[in-house]
Design a protein around this ligand. Sequence first.
Ligand code: BEZ
Length: 211
Amino acid sequence: MTVRLGDVAPDFTAPTTQGEISFHEWLGDSWGVLFSHPKDFTPVCTTELGYVAKIKPEFDKRNVKVIGLSVDPVDSHVKWEEDIAETQGTPVNFPMIGDPDRKVADLYDMIHPNANDTLTVRSVFVIGADKKVKLTLTYPASTGRNFEEILRVIDSLQLTANYKVATPANWEDGDDVIIGAAVTDDEAKQLFPQGWTTVKPYLRVLPQPNK
Ligand code: BEZ
């Protein structure tokens, strides 16, 4: 099944390293990041999971729950987590889904047979508090992901969910933003009484409104 932006994230029940979860119930009112890795006891995945564990407070700050997945079973994840703690200096502090029957992997189209017909690719799904998919990313097995970029996108998604603005190239939290293209100047005067700079009629820039 292809999961696209704006779709309701498919719900599922699955075993994890922190017990069985029902995904939507587990998310509750939080945002979520569901990410897959190809295989346990592999080097790139080891560094990725250690890194996510290290920066978990950054996800917590943004009210985002993180959950990993591979097609290996939970008992394998549990053994591997000992190595991750040892080599990456942080215990894995978020649940990892065991998906040996590929139930969740198929639901989220995480197996791309022309890349590998049995292992999941490196998928990322950012899910909003409304359970809708806000971002999808797909990386190959050979390239570890940049989780700082995922935090950056979450900052943009959460800002633009609350204000009628968009964020420019390479934007980071605190940088100037752009008034959304659908917002007329009259509406913008109501929304942003502090004013903005018109670079072009379609490119109107202002300081980040919640700073
Ligand atoms: C890795 O995590 O290093 C990896 C996993 C599967 C295939 C290739 C690399």
